[in-house]
Structure formats: C-alpha cells, structure tokens
Design a protein around this ligand. Structure first.
Ligand SMILES: [Zn+2]
Length: 155
C-alpha cells in the first residue's frame, strides 16, 4: 500500500467509512437508479461526482439523451449531511459542484461563502461542519409528476 493510499484509508476509518464502503454504497444506489427504484446511500462527499457520472451513464444506457439524463439527475437527487443536517436539492448541489469544477470558489449562494470550495475539498458545505460524508437520496417518483406537468394540454 502506497503512503497516499494508506493515509486515505486511515482518514476514511477516522470518518467512519472507508473508500470501499463508500464505493459499495454508491454502487447500490446506481443499481437502484437502473431499476427505477428510490434509494438512499451514505457516501464520501468526494465520491459524489463519480456517483453522478455513474447515474448519468445508467440513464443514457436506458435511452435518455445527455440533456434528459442531466435533468433527471438534477430533479431526482437530494442530499443531506448526516452530521449537521445540511440539506440540498439536486439543483443546488449541481450548481455548487459546477462552480467548484470551474474554479469559482468564492461563490456559494445557497450554503454561504466557502461552500463551493468546501464541497470541492470533500467537506460538508455547511460552514461549521467537518463531515466528509453525505447521504444521497434518489427519488425518481418526483420526476414522473414533473414530466406529467410538462405534458401539453389536450387539444
Ligand atoms: Zn454537515
């Protein structure tokens, strides 16, 4: 085991979850998405982008365009910090994540200043919380009703 890996493993243990447990929880959630079930999973925050990428792959494999998959991801996912209760919609999460990826570290409209860089570093966006875990909730039923709302009215 390389030193970097050893440090990661130790950090994961301190946080109450190692990378393998996080990956297993992530895989179970992705499986639920594939089966169109609701599910929740507590994972390391730094695994969140990989979770989103896997969900996008599953939705596209089921025949969605990239745009449809991104919309479903944004509308169906919620997250809550298991330590402090920080709650986020998919839209907020995606926004924070995108801004982190683009380097807009000072912007964090929903969760306050610093939220973007905290999330990008794998820490709870809430200013007073040190959690590195996030509980992700997938609720595809929200989408079904949203899709119905978008149906054109009968002629
Ligand atoms: Zn928190």
């Amino acid at each position: 085991m390389r030193l970097g890996d050893a440090l990661k493993w130790i950090r994961g243990k301190v946080e109450g979850m190692n990378e393998r447990e996080s990956a297993a929880a992530r895989d179970r959630l992705v499986q639920a998405v594939a089966e169109a079930r609701g599910a929740r999973a507590t994972i390391l925050i730094r695994d969140f982008d990989e979770l989103c990428a896997s969900i996008m792959d599953v939705l596209k494999a089921a025949g969605m365009t990239s745009e449809q998959a991104a919309n479903m991801l944004r509308d169906s996912i919620r997250a809550v910090c298991p330590t402090c209760g920080w709650l986020s919609t998919g839209k907020e999460l995606m926004g924070l994540w995108l801004m982190g990826a683009m380097g807009f570290e000072r912007m964090g409209p929903a969760a306050g200043p610093g939220a973007v860089s905290r999330l990008a570093r794998g820490v709870c966006p809430s200013g007073r919380c040190l959690s590195r875990l996030i509980t992700v909730v997938w609720e595809p039923s929200l989408i079904a009703s949203a899709e119905e709302d978008r149906e054109p009215p009968p002629a």
